[in-house]
Design a protein around this ligand. Structure first.
Ligand SMILES: [Zn+2]
Length: 96
């Protein structure tokens, strides 16, 4: 039995930095495979951030990457093209 005063384990949300109780957090696996747990350290998201993440539209990303010609460019070139194109379509990246 755990002593009743023992604090619950907390984790930090990687998106907003809030500390949440471990059992209230969602595991986030940057490798995209939460079921393969061998030798992995998971990161965590609080529920509101997890919810935001799921609602993020990702449908256009693939198309965007093809349009930029991801494979044919250096990383620096790619990043500046990517940022320019995203800003052109979706507006400036900085929060206002
Ligand atoms: Zn969060």
């Amino acid at each position: 039995m755990w002593p009743s005063r023992r604090r619950k384990a907390t984790v930090t949300c990687i998106a907003c930095g809030t500390s949440v109780e471990r059992d209230q957090a969602r595991e986030y696996d940057k490798h995209g495979d939460r079921w393969d747990r061998d030798g992995k350290e998971f990161e965590y998201l609080c529920k509101p951030c997890d919810r935001d993440l799921c609602h993020h539209p990702r449908g256009e990303l693939e198309e965007l990457l093809v349009e930029i010609g991801t494979g044919d460019r250096t990383q620096a070139e790619f990043l500046s093209w990517y940022v320019a194109l995203v800003e052109e379509r979706y507006g400036p990246l900085e929060e206002t």
